[in-house]
Design a protein around this ligand. Sequence first.
Ligand code: LLP
Length: 421
Amino acid sequence: MDHFLYKDGALHAEDVAISEIAAAVGTPFYVYSAATLTRHFQLFDAALEGTDHLVCFAIKSNSNLAVLKLLGNLGAGMDVVSGGEYRRARAAGIPGERIVFSGVGKTREEITLALTGGVRQFNVESEPELRAISEIASALGVVAPIALRVNPDVDAKTHEKIATGKSENKFGIPIAKARAVYAEAAKLSGIAVVGVDVHIGSQLTELAPFEAAFTKVRDLTLALREDGHDIRRLDLGGGLGIPYTRSNEAPPLPTEYGAMIKRVLGDLGCEIEIEPGRLISGNAGLMVSSVIYVKEGEGRDFLILDAAMNDLVRPSMYGAHHDIVPVVEPAAGTEPAAFDIVGPVCETGDTFAKGRNMTPLASGDLVAFRSAGAYGAVMSSEYNSRPLIPEVLVEGDHFAVIRQRPSFEEMLSRDSIPVWL
Ligand code: LLP
């Protein structure tokens, strides 16, 4: 459930009309609903009630400081994968003990930053990384809490670009090798083994792959304890999928996911961490755009929008579907027609949808892309020298711009022309 509904024929974010925000900030823009973000976080928190747990929001899905602050105020931890994300978490007031540092290639600078600023644990993805953390922690005279990210060789049954749990993927340490690497970790100075980490992919729409992976983690935990390791924390990653269409998709709910976790792992006495991104932020955001032109083509008509692949890359990058709805609710009985919905960028790949049924729209009309709160703004770029688009947060009947649209002067000022030119 989200908080983007038509009221009196006009699409609203909570109690604010989308058209009102468009008039204030111009299009395109992202808008997030505080109530939806809150609801989604609390669903996970409630799903793990009764077990010691921490829900660590995957910042990569939406890294705006206001979003992080909102979730942090609710008690969320954060999952970060770069020094930039670590800095964002800290700037949003999240204490180090609630920040998990994931990522397949942490640099020495990033490791140092987290060790000096405070970190709950590193999720370590390789032996060289483990040794680097040991060296840096020892030199700083501190102890780095670590979990090894194991690769369980499980098929997540999701898009190949976002599946991470098969042995051919670059992620984690093969589970068959894990005991040996844990044994090495236990001998290294500056390292404290605290847990096991796993993340098998994103936009999973079934529980079975999670359960298969978590069962392997369970077996590993028992084996590691026999080996003498103090495994007290299990980080189960993120990945629970969301419905991208309103009609036929019904991925498992956080309650079902939580119940499965408790069933498979509940008796181990471990603290459970999860790292959801998309399920918290995805359906909490829209991207709003205006129609620039309606163009009649040969055999097909195009809606040319002022948003493009640089603003929301998911359709061109993954062939992803986003529902696109008019901001003014169509009158009952209006006949839809098929359109190709495209942006102005000079690539055929700049296509949001092909042959999409839409009620007729005219130049200047507003449309909203649903499910755009995750992996939308964070993946945007300035391709075609299009400035990054603003982000807006709505709470009840008010809204705030939480990232300004940069001016062209700001964009150009980052370049410099060498003196010899
Ligand atoms: N933890 C780790 C270690 C991850 O790599 C990811 C996502 C998450 C948590 C959060 O997964 P989520 O709950 O959001 O599924 N750009 C792609 C998604 C890439 C996901 C990468 N890792 C997209 O737009 O679909």
